[in-house]
Design a binder for this molecule. Structure first.
Ligand SMILES: Cc1ncc(COP(=O)(O)O)c(C=O)c1O
Length: 398
């Protein structure tokens, strides 16, 4: 360059591109918000782009902060590799599409999975003629029959299903999938890696909505798909071409939230059991769904699979099984928030028929038991006595 000194306009643009050198490792991972990454030479950049050398090139291809989260999640779930997405739905869409739908593969899916997951599968049936059948995945005979009808690429189930809280026997499903040449994808959002590791029981793919327990603070959306290194390569291709990679700031917050995952989940599970036992005796409650109660149809499976924890979501059906009764209950809550999510620090209550399962046809909702007076409670870390007092107050208004 001819000029001896750079002009102010150039200097401000070039300034503070990296941190000044200094001793000491940061005790939390740095937030690397950079979209692009510079290399000493074009040859070096070429090698990184070509995958011959590890490195980062562009935010959609991978970033150091999201990679730190991915590595931590892989360790937590005991899988080779994890890829993070902007939401749980983006993770589910990428994984199921790549492993089955886009190849014309058949899917056998849990009938009572999260409402939007089911809506996505049904849209694929309508728009892409996908072959997807819905079954009660807690019924071994039904799963076996569905898998045997035709060659199936993927069996899809939730560890603890939203919102009926049916518990799937993952080792049993993995065996059935394997015997029939299918992969098994498990959405472990409600169970979290604190309750169990589905990959250790034979699941080929482990999915989480990071939005829920893993972040746990109600301020981040994200999703993850974990499994083999080969699956991770397919997922990376999805983030590069379809977009949907988790941005660095979200990844950084999710790491921060994840640090207290075990503490939160232990406390929440303990409180949920207390809440479930209390609600089971309440005269205004017709039925409580909670895997920790002995009358839950998969109580024994849950006990064996989760080692004494049963999750922190409790669902109930009001005796007055109507929408006005459910609304009176929601409007009377003072401590719990009436919100469309689960897994946060604070107690959250939801009416699935008006929200998460709204798109399901009313008759199908009714058949599954998601009736107008059905409510889902995500138990928070508050004092359990205060949670119960709030729920009792709201039940008085029903
Ligand atoms: C079990 C389950 N899986 C996936 C999702 C989707 O996650 P997200 O809202 O992060 O897209 C949800 C959302 O409620 C869920 O409950």
């Amino acid at each position: 360059m001819d000029r001896k000194e750079l002009g102010a306009g150039t200097r401000v643009v070039r300034a503070a591109r990296s941190l000044p050198p200094g001793q000491g490792e940061p005790v939390v991972p740095p937030l690397v918000q950079s979209v692009a990454f510079d290399y000493g030479s074009a040859a070096e950049q070429d090698a990184v782009f070509g995958g011959e050398r590890p490195g980062y090139v562009y935010g959609r291809y991978g970033t150091p902060t999201a990679a730190a989260l991915e590595r931590a999640l892989a360790e937590l779930d005991g899988v080779e590799a994890v890829t993070c997405f902007v939401t749980g739905m983006a993770a589910i869409a990428a994984a199921v599409d790549a492993c089955a739908i886009s190849r014309g593969g058949r899917v056998v899916a849990q009938e009572d999975c999260y409402g939007q997951t089911r809506a996505l599968f049904e849209r694929w049936v309508r728009e892409r003629s996908a072959d997807i059948v819905f079954v009660d995945t807690t019924d071994r005979g039904a799963v076996e029959a569905a898998l045997r009808t035709k060659p199936t690429a993927l069996l899809y189930a939730e560890a603890i299903a939203n919102p009926l809280l049916r518990v799937n026997d993952v080792a049993g499903l993995a065996r059935l999938a394997r015997e029939n040449g299918a992969s098994l994808a498990v959405d472990a959002t409600f169970a979290t890696p604190v309750l169990f590791r589905p990959a250790g029981l034979g699941a080929t793919m482990v999915i989480h909505s990071l939005t829920k327990y893993i972040n746990g603070h109600g301020d981040v959306m994200g999703g993850s798909v974990g499994g083999s290194a080969e699956l991770a390569r397919a997922m990376r291709d999805r983030t590069i071409l379809d977009g949907g990679y988790l941005p660095p700031h979200e990844a950084w917050l999710a790491i921060r939230g994840m640090r207290t995952l075990a503490l939160r989940v232990w406390r929440q599970c303990e409180s949920a059991l207390v809440v479930a036992r209390h609600l089971a005796k309440h005269p205004k409650v017709a039925r409580v769904h909670y895997p920790g109660l002995p009358d839950h149809p998969q109580h024994e499976v849950a006990k064996r699979q989760f080692g004494g924890l049963y999750g922190a979501v409790v669902s109930l059906a009001l005796r007055d099984d109507t929408k006005p009764a459910a609304f009176r209950f929601l409007d009377a809550l003072e401590l719990a928030v009436s919100a469309t999510t689960v897994g946060d620090l604070f107690t959250e209550v939801l009416s699935p028929p008006i929200s998460s399962h709204r798109r399901l046809p009313a008759e199908e909702r009714k058949r599954l038991g998601i009736t107008d007076g059905f409510l889902r409670i995500s138990v928070g870390i508050e004092d359990p006595d205060d949670i119960i007092a709030d729920l009792d107050r709201a039940l008085d208004r029903v």
